[in-house]
Design a protein around this ligand. Sequence first.
Ligand SMILES: Cc1cc2nc3c(=O)[nH]c(=O)nc-3n(C[C@H](O)[C@H](O)[C@H](O)COP(=O)(O)O)c2cc1C
Length: 186
Amino acid sequence: MEFLEVIKTRKSIRDFSSKSIPEKILQEILEAGRIAPSFQNRQCWHFIVVTETKLRKQLALHNGLIGKVNFFIKNAPVIIAACADPSQSGTLNQQNYYLVDVAIAFQQMMLTAWNFGIGSCWLAAFKEKKVKKILALPANFRVVAISPFGYPNKKEHIYSKAVKTIARSKRRKDIKKIVSYNYYEG
Ligand SMILES: Cc1cc2nc3c(=O)[nH]c(=O)nc-3n(C[C@H](O)[C@H](O)[C@H](O)COP(=O)(O)O)c2cc1C
């Protein structure tokens, strides 16, 4: 795909076919994260690639009350937990840059995946304590996001349609509302 086509066609995918992701493509996706920019180039991230069925089911179905809304990840062949060691990043202006570092890297991975026809969905609804336990993460690590990765199923589940409607996923603010030139024009 052309670069702009990747950006413009990307959407959250919540229905996955069981087709596995070829190893070469999975490595390309991970590489896109590895080469991302970060605070002082400190690369505070760690990505846990979950392929074992037992672990994927645990993440999908035993991830606290909040995690239950994202049960659909159980069907994806791969789930990636995007984690950070905050001590490896930094803070300026009271902003914790480990969040920014990991977000940039993970989005690069998601866009690369989409380029290969592989869908994903950024998830914030998970119980971090449970995820850390399931994945045996060090105590000081933070789980910034998790996402399923897989080929989209042609048939959309009623749940995915409902989420998209509730979140009004296709809606974006008008460019004039989010951009000012030179000075803030509220
Ligand atoms: C920080 C963040 C958290 C999100 N958490 C969830 C989530 O827990 N579950 C879910 O189904 N979608 C989640 N989403 C996906 C959004 O609902 C989605 O990006 C938005 O509706 C726009 O739709 P699109 O990604 O298809 O363009 C999240 C997205 C972001 C960026």
